[in-house]
Design a protein around this ligand. Structure first.
Ligand code: AMP
Length: 628
């Protein structure tokens, strides 16, 4: 039987779908006859990111059906798990009060959720949503679907991206690419057809806010800067409305303490009111707690919702201004603004964006579908069905390794466009050092103790050589999904060791923000510490080298003619050596520097003499290494 031939670029393994895995809703899309389309189910395109499980770990409902169950079976129904992806319990503790499901209060590792006495990770729960989307696509095409492109907020760090990829794997999907939601949105609006331009993508969804400044140069997209808040979205407006309703209900019924089901009922009504008031000007809130014989009915106006929403919407301003500042741009440099996310349907949001960027934003596409459509366009490219578009994202924090003295040696600076790779050369600090520990850190501070430790590994088997003679190449590669691969290689022997950095849980935006803030706040202090550490390291190296040579002279390993010895002023050298050693015990970088120069000056004639001796010994057949 002839083998099937696969041409380059041709999709060899079935359809590739684009998935927007949202906090509130998820969608699956596909490009058909050159047009990106959301794949509909019985209840429309959106699949609420909600899962219901029974006490035995069986999934009883996903999507619309689960959202309905949320009312009557709150303890078994999970929503907004995207907020918990790649996070620890302490990262999300402040959330737990407002969730109707329980988080396991455990300090170590990833946060877990208890449903019916069983524990689940957010990865597993997202996996159930992805499996539902996969099934939806399979029904639509009537064939298996096993490959996908999944979008994540631009602010997601390595751990969160990895968690999303793992969720895909659990759902039986090969995740070909993780792309940023705003970048996908730009593709959906066909901004790539403009060839050149600078755009802003304002994405206010249910649970996350992202602002990205994109630059398009000759058809190549580059993310100039990103900013945002993974704890900001339409859900926050619902929560504030919910608090308003609750406070008014308890004013009428002071003893009212809502059950989880009643909390859900209030939450859903708050959202219904908010959505209705994006088109209508007034809405009747109607809550009926039949078992407690309580009815809460009132008229709510758009103006009132806007007032409740104002503090939430105001919080989008700072990230926008910072993103423009980071990109070195002002509103007049941004040519077009794109709106994404269900919450941008609010007229108040459109006005705020108009005001911020001095121009009317694009809102012609359904803001719920935009990201999924862009993911589908990227999926189509990966399956060989479209022109290749380059998507370039940036690293939110610098990445590097620890060097002697606990210093951070940055290999990939923050805001570098990914995918990217960089290489730095290092050497050994001690004589005969046969291994180096590579400690990988993330952050902007000069000392690694102030940054975040990501991973460690050891490179063993370096041949015994004098300090500084071995050459260790350290390579950093960040792939298109934002995952870091680190390798270290000793150049002469070729021995190599590597690691893929998958931190057990990631940084919250607050932490990233704090790390950036501190790097500015402590910049002066860091420079001083760096100077002191560097001069101490250099001082210790020179002391060790000088003592080694003096020992060799004393033992006669290095032979210097007695008449030459007179001219070398060994005593002055020893004095300078002790002065340097003394200052190394202190904290004065300048004093260390001065003593270092003095010692180097004092050892110059000896160094010259040794070099001459080495050369003549080498000429007489003795290897240089044996002498030095
Ligand atoms: P997304 O995460 O993009 O699916 O956005 C979901 C958020 O958009 C939720 O908070 C919804 O309540 C909100 N949303 C959807 N439609 C509207 C609307 N017409 N007006 C205001 N908010 C909306």
């Amino acid at each position: 039987m002839p083998l099937q031939i696969t041409l380059p670029g041709q999709n060899a393994g079935g359809k590739v779908v684009g998935i927007d895995l949202g906090t509130t809703n998820s969608l699956v899309a596909y490009v058909e006859f050159g047009e990106a389309k959301v794949i509909p189910g019985r209840d429309g395109g959106l699949v609420p990111s909600v899962v219901t499980l029974d006490d035995y770990g069986n999934v009883t409902a996903v999507g619309v059906a689960a959202k309905r169950r949320a009312l009557v079976d709150a303890g078994h129904t999970v929503y907004s798990v995207k907020r918990l992806m790649g996070k620890s319990y302490s990262d999300v503790q402040k959330e737990s009060g407002m969730l109707s499901y329980k988080l396991v209060p455990r300090e170590e590792g990833l946060v877990r959720i208890t449903i019916g006495g069983k524990e689940y990770t957010p990865i597993e729960l997202s996996g159930f949503v992805l499996a539902e989307l996969k099934e939806r696509a399979e029904k639509y095409f009537d064939e298996p679907v096993s490959k996908a492109v999944i979008t994540v907020p631009a602010y997601f760090n390595d751990a969160q991206r990895q968690a999303t990829k793992d969720a895909g794997r659990l759902a039986g999907l090969d995740v070909l690419r993780i792309i940023n939601e705003p970048t996908a949105a730009a593709l959906a609006y066909g901004l790539d057809r403009k060839k050149n331009g600078t755009f802003a993508v304002f994405d206010l969804g249910g649970g996350t806010f992202d602002i990205s400044i994109l630059k398009l140069t000759d058809g190549v997209f580059e993310v100039l800067s990103t900013n945002g808040d993974t704890y900001l979205g339409g859900d926050d407006i619902d929560r504030r409305l919910m608090e308003l309703f609750l406070s008014q209900i308890t004013r009428i019924e002071p003893g009212f303490t809502p059950s989880p089901e009643e909390l859900q009922q209030i939450r859903l009504e708050a959202e219904r009111a908010k959505i209705a008031l994006s088109s209508a000007h007034s809405f009747t809130v109607d809550l009926n707690f039949t078992q407690k014989n309580i009815v809460y009915k009132r008229n709510l106006t758009r103006g009132e919702v806007e007032m409740v929403a104002r503090p939430v919407l105001e919080r989008t301003k700072k990230p926008c201004l910072e993103a423009m500042k980071d990109a070195g741009l002002t509103p007049k440099d941004i040519e077009e603004v794109v709106l994404v996310g269900g919450a941008t349907r609010m007229p108040a949001v459109k006005e705020l964006v108009h005001e911020l960027f001095h121009k009317k934003p694009h809102d012609s596409l359904n803001p719920d579908e935009t990201v999924a459509l862009g993911a589908a366009i990227q999926a189509n490219v990966l399956s060989g069905g479209g022109q290749d578009i380059l998507l370039l994202d940036v690293t939110p924090l610098s990445l590097g390794i620890e060097t002697i003295g606990g210093m951070m040696s940055t290999i990939i600076p923050r805001n570098t466009t990914i995918p990217t790779k960089a290489q730095e050369n290092y050497t050994t600090f001690a004589d005969n050092q046969t291994g180096v520990i590579v400690n990988v850190f993330q952050g902007e501070r000069d000392l690694v103790k102030d940054n975040r430790h990501l991973a460690s590994f050891t490179l063993k088997g370096i041949p015994p050589l004098p300090a500084g003679a071995a050459k260790v190449e350290v390579n950093f590669l960040i792939d298109a999904d934002g995952i870091l691969h680190v390798s270290a290689k000793e150049v002469y022997t070729g021995i190599e060791s590597q690691i893929e950095v998958k931190p057990s849980y990631g940084l919250s935006d607050e932490e990233i923000e704090r790390m950036l803030r501190e790097s500015i706040q402590f910049a002066k202090q860091d420079i001083a510490v760096r100077k002191l550490t560097e001069s101490k390291t250099e001082g210790e190296r020179v002391v060790a080298a000088t003592e080694k040579v003096l020992g060799q002279i004393r033992r006669g390993d290095v032979k210097i003619a007695p008449e030459k010895m007179q001219t070398l002023n060994i005593n002055q050298m020893i004095d300078a050596l002790y002065a340097l050693k003394k200052s190394l015990a202190g904290e004065d970088a300048k004093e260390i520097g001065d003593n270092l120069s003095a010692l180097e000056h004092a050892t110059e004639p000896l160094a010259h003499e040794i070099m001459n001796a080495s050369v003549s010994e080498a000429l007489s057949g003795k290897a240089v290494e044996e002498v030095s």
